[in-house]
Design a protein around this ligand. Structure first.
Ligand code: XMP
Length: 606
C-alpha cells in the first residue's frame, strides 16, 4: 500500500527528526529530505515541512535549496528558519533582531485552519535571532508574540496564505514545550494536506514481510545478531518473512560485550524460535589482536567495524552460507548520512555504514528491514511482534560495544594549554567552594554540529546537583577546549593526576565489565533502569591516587532519540553503593559521574 507522505526538509538534524517523529505519531509517513534533493524527490508527497536550522540564517546568505518546491501545488509549512524562508520567498522581509528564547505567549490574531481547536493564547517555544517584519501580498499575520515584560509585540510569529496553502511559524511546534504543537502539526498534516492515517505498525509489518520476500527471492539472509533491540527485532521480522530455515543468525562475541551478555543473547534468540540456524563464534581474540596498540577513537571504531566484516565473512565461508544476503538492524537516523544532516561533520562512524558495508549496499546485497524506523518505532514493532519486554526496553548498546567506553592513551598529554584552561576553570568553580581540574585525557563530543576531541574537567567537592550542572554549563560556554565535566564521587579529593599508557586489553575490558555490571544491577535494584535512557560506564586511563590505577566514569542520561541528552542525577543511596562496589575493584582509583549534556558531549565517550 502506498501511504500519504510528508517530506521534512532537513536543515538541522535534530529539528528535522523531531518533526518527522511528530508527524509519524499521526500515523502518516514522514521522510527526511535533503535541501538540495531534486524536485522529483518531493513529487510523491502530500505536503512539505521546512525545518529550523542551527546554522543557517534566512538573512543575507543563500542557503541553496531546491526552491522549485514553491511551485508545487501542495501545502508547505515552514518552522523557524523555514518560516523566514517562506516569508522571504513570497516578498516579505526578515531582519536581524526580535530575538526570543524559550517559552513565549503566542496570541492568535486571525483565524486559520492551522490553529483549529486552539485557544486565543498558546504557549510556544521560541529560539531565534532573526524575525519576519513584513509579509508579501498573499500573506497575513495569524499570530504574534509578546516580547519581554514591556508588552511590545513581535509581529508575524505565525503567517499564512490560505490561497497558496503556505504557512510559517517562528516557533517550534515539534518540541514538547509548545504545549499544543502536536495539534498544530495534526491540523497541517491531517486537515490541510488531507493525509490519511494509514501508516500503522501493523501495516508496516505486512509491507516489510512482502518486501523482504521479494528482495530475498529464493536466497537466505544472514544477520549479525548482537542481542540489542534493533538486531533482535530485525531477526524476528526476517524470521517471520522467511521462516527460520532461511534465516541464519550469527552472534559474534567480539570481546567487547557486557558481562555474561553473549550467553544471555544466545538463550533469548533460542527462546524466540530462531535457534534453527543460530551460530556463535568467540572472536574476542581477533578483535583484541586488531585493536592492539591502537589509541585513536575513530581508528578503533573502523577497526572494530572491519573486524566484524572479516569475522563474519570467515564464519560465513566456514558455514557455507557466504553467498547469502546480509541483514542489518540499521534504523532510520543512521541512514541519514551520519545520523545528522548531510552538512554534518562525521562525528562518529556508525559501524553499519563502514566502507565494506557501503559497497555491499551498492551491490544490493544488504536487507535492512528497520531502515525506515526511529528507535521508539522499533520498540513498538518489537512489542507487536511479541519480542520479550526486557529485550524491547533494553538500553541501547553501541555496535562497537565497550570498545568506545574503554579509553586509551599513549600516556603523553597533547599540546593543549592546560595551565590556561585550568586557570579559567578555577575562577568559575572557586565561588562554589569546589575544585576543578582539567584532565589530560580526551573524549569525543559535538559542538555546533562538528566533532570535537577535547578535555574533561573533573569537579571535586560537595554542592547541589543543580549547581554542578549549572557550573558545568558555564565552563562549556566560557572555556574553549573543554567538552565534558565529571563530578568526583569518591569521599576524598584526588591526590594526583596521571595519564597512563593503556590500550584495549582483556584485563581492562574485564575490569570495565565488572564496573558496568555493578552500575546496571544498581539501576535495576533502585527501579531506575527504565527511567534512565542509557547509562554507559567508561574506564579512563587516568590515575588519581598515584598508584597507576584507573578512573571509572558513569554516564546516566535522559534522552528521547539520542540526538540530544541531559545528564541524569542518581539517588544518594545508589551513589553510596556504587562508591563502595566500584572503588573496591582491583585496579580502580576513582569514580566520577558525568554531568555533560549532549551537546557539547556525545552520549558515548568515543
Ligand atoms: P552518541 O555517542 O553519538 O550516541 O551521542 C548516540 C547513540 O548512538 C549509540 N551509538 C552507536 N550505536 N553503532 C551503534 O549501533 C555505533 O557505532 C554507535 N555509536 C554510538 C550510542 O550508544 C547512543 O545510544
Amino acid at each position: 500500500m502506498k501511504h500519504d507522505t510528508i517530506a521534512v526538509i532537513d536543515f538541522g538534524g535534530q529539528y528535522a527528526h523531531l518533526i518527522a517523529t511528530k508527524v509519524r505519531k499521526l500515523r502518516v509517513l514522514a521522510e527526511i529530505r535533503q535541501p538540495d534533493d531534486p524536485i522529483e524527490a518531493f513529487l510523491p508527497c502530500k505536503g512539505i515541512i521546512i525545518s529550523g536550522s542551527p546554522s543557517f540564517s534566512a538573512f543575507g546568505e543563500d542557503s541553496g535549496y531546491t526552491k522549485a518546491i514553491y511551485d508545487l501545488p501542495i501545502p508547505i509549512l515552514g518552522l523557524c528558519f523555514g518560516h523566514q524562508e517562506i516569508a522571504k520567498h513570497y516578498g516579505g522581509r526578515v531582519i536581524h533582531g526580535g530575538q526570543e528564547w524559550a517559552h513565549t505567549e503566542l496570541r492568535v490574531s486571525a483565524e486559520s485552519p492551522i490553529f483549529k481547536g486552539l485557544g486565543p493564547v498558546e504557549t510556544v517555544w521560541m529560539s531565534h535571532f532573526e524575525s519576519v517584519v513584513e509579509v508579501g501580498p498573499d500573506f497575513k499575520e495569524i499570530g504574534c508574540s509578546r516580547l519581554g515584560s514591556g508588552g511590545e509585540v513581535n509581529r508575524y510569529a505565525a503567517i499564512a496564505s490560505e490561497k497558496l496553502r503556505r504557512y510559517g511559524f517562528q516557533f517550534h511546534p515539534e518540541v514538547d514545550d509548545t504545549v499544543h504543537g502536536q495539534q498544530m502539526i495534526a491540523n497541517f498534516v491531517l486537515n490541510i494536506c488531507a493525509c490519511a492515517s494509514s501508516w500503522t505498525m501493523g501495516s508496516y509489518i505486512d509491507e516489510q514481510v512482502s518486501s523482504i520476500r521479494e528482495r530475498a527471492g529464493n536466497e537466505s539472509v544472514f544477520l549479525l545478531a548482537s542481542g540489542g533491540v534493533d538486531s533482535t527485532v530485525a531477526a524476528r521480522l526476517l524470521g517471520k518473512a522467511l521462516g527460520p530455515e532461511r534465516l541464519h543468525l550469527l552472534h559474534i562475541d567480539n570481546g567487547l560485550m557486557r558481562k555474561n551478555e553473549s550467553r544471555e543473547v544466545m538463550r533469548r534468540l533460542g527462546e524466540m524460535g530462531l535457534g534453527l540456524n543460530l551460530h556463535f563464534v568467540d572472536a574476542s581474540q581477533d578483535f583484541l589482536a586488531a585493536l592492539s596498540g591502537v589509541v585513536e577513537p575513530e581508528k578503533k571504531r573502523s577497526i572494530i567495524g572491519d573486524t566484524f566484516i572479516r569475522v563474519f565473512e570467515r564464519e560465513a565461508r566456514a558455514l557455507g552460507i557466504e553467498s547469502h544476503l546480509l541483514g542489518q538492524g540499521t534504523i532510520y537516523p543512521d541512514t541519514i548520512e551520519t545520523g545528522g544532516t548531510r552538512r554534518a561533520d562525521v562525528i562518529k562512524t556508525h559501524h553499519n555504514r563502514v566502507p565494506v558495508i557501503q559497497e555491499m549496499i551498492a551491490k544490493g546485497r544488504v536487507i535492512e528491514p528497520l531502515a525506515e524506523l526511529y528507535k521508539t518505532e522499533v520498540r513498538e514493532l518489537g512489542e507487536l511482534l511479541g519480542v520479550a519486554r526486557d529485550v524491547v526496553w533494553r538500553h541501547p548498546f553501541p555496535g562497537p560495544g565497550l570498545g568506545v567506553r574503554l579509553l586509551c592513551s599513549d600516556g603523553k598529554p597533547d599540546s593543549a594549554d592546560f595551565a590556561g584552561m585550568e586557570c579559567s576553570v578555577q575562577e568559575l568553580v572557586r565561588p562554589l567552594g569546589i575544585a576543578g581540574r582539567v584532565l589530560t585525557i580526551r573524549s569525543v563530543g559535538v559542538k555546533a554540529d562538528l566533532r570535537s576531541y577535547e578535555h574533561p574537567v573533573m569537579l571535586s567537592g560537595m554542592t547541589s546537583w543543580k549547581e554542578l550542572v549549572e557550573v558545568a554549563g558555564t565552563i562549556f560556554r566560557l572555556v574553549p577546549g573543554i567538552n565534558r565535566c565529571i563530578w568526583n564521587l569518591a569521599d576524598t579529593r584526588p591526590s594526583s593526576f596521571a595519564l597512563l599508557p593503556a590500550t584495549v586489553t582483556r584485563a581492562r575490558l574485564d575490569l570495565l565489565r565488572e564496573a558496568d555490571d555493578l552500575v546496571m544491577e544498581g539501576l535495576r535494584r533502585h527501579h531506575l533502569y527504565h527511567e534512565i535512557w542509557q547509562c554507559p560506564t567508561c574506564l579512563l586511563p587516568m590515575s588519581v591516587d598515584g598508584k597507576g590505577r584507573e578512573l571509572v566514569v558513569i554516564r546516566p542520561v535522559h534522552s528521547e532519540r539520542a540526538m540530544t541528552a541531559a545528564p541524569a542525577p542518581l539517588p544518594e543511596a545508589l551513589i553510596a553503593e556504587l562508591r563502595r562496589g566500584i572503588l573496591a575493584l582491583d585496579g580502580v582509583s576513582g569514580l566520577c559521574l558525568d554531568l555533560t549534556p549532549k551537546p557539547p558531549g556525545t552520549i558515548e565517550w568515543e
